[in-house]
Write a new protein. Sequence first.
Length: 336
Amino acid sequence: MNLRDLVTAIERNATDVGQVHYVVDSNFRTQAQGWSRADKTGPLDLWMEREPGYVFYTSGGPITSYATDRAAIQAAIDECVDFRGDVVLLTPGSYSIATTALALNVPDMRFLGPRVSHPNGARVLVTDAIGTNAISVDRVEVGYLRFIPLTATSIWSLSAGADQIHMHDYVHQTEDITGSTSTIFCTLAGNTNDYCLFERFSQYTDAAQGPHLSVGATVRDLVIQDFILSHGGGTTLAIALLNVTGASADGGFLIRRGKGYLRGAASTAVTNLVRLTDTGADIMSFSIEDFTGSVGFCAAGGLADLNAAETAEIGFYRNFLMTISAGTGNGTVYTA
């Protein structure tokens, strides 16, 4: 056994690695680009040799391919094994999810693009032309991808009981998408979507869209951190980050280390970063920490909008709204 085969064998049998299922975009990974070569030394050739049966080609490829991008991706997901930590790796390219939504239904699976140093450098573009792609199991990881949404839909929907979801290092690219307050990155719609983490992401808008995340039922210990929200287009964005509407959303919400920017027309504005509009249940331990908004990002008292039932249930710590250059100091400390 040579060294490469030995390393491959170790990886395959390591309990924390799982199997990698490669999805290859036939429109971008052609022989002329070197991914498949006559001497069989291209990356695609090596994958096919090293991982026979684990390369899924989108339509028109030189090997067994699928009719649509969505079909190739779903086939890769369906080959994953429960609890093994398998990876569906979308290789660099552009993919479209259409006709039927994706079903991420394998516990402990990872849905990833190639690792990048910052989400803005994501090398995989996923255009969602269907909406409501479902995550229905625990411990699913999604990362290193750039998403373009379908207007008036959620790209992702967490089913009841889908816990410990980790989404990271991604971009929600809503520029040039028709404005709709129903355009949302992820909806936590089911009961007990607990211990979920969204981090290191960017969202760009040029029209009034919905919040990045929407919580519609019982959720505990939701963490949102290290994010950038950039809004332009001369329109008002009602809720930039999080809308909580569930009557029994019961707490452990933490938002920290975020940045909010406005660009373009002076009339561009954000009404609220966070809005709690549930019907009266206690939302315990809801904190916003270290958020910085650009000049005019929102009104001085608009970082969070609370109804009468939640006025004493949210804490603020080290949040700032910037002042213009003629102002004094480095910004305005935000208080409720």
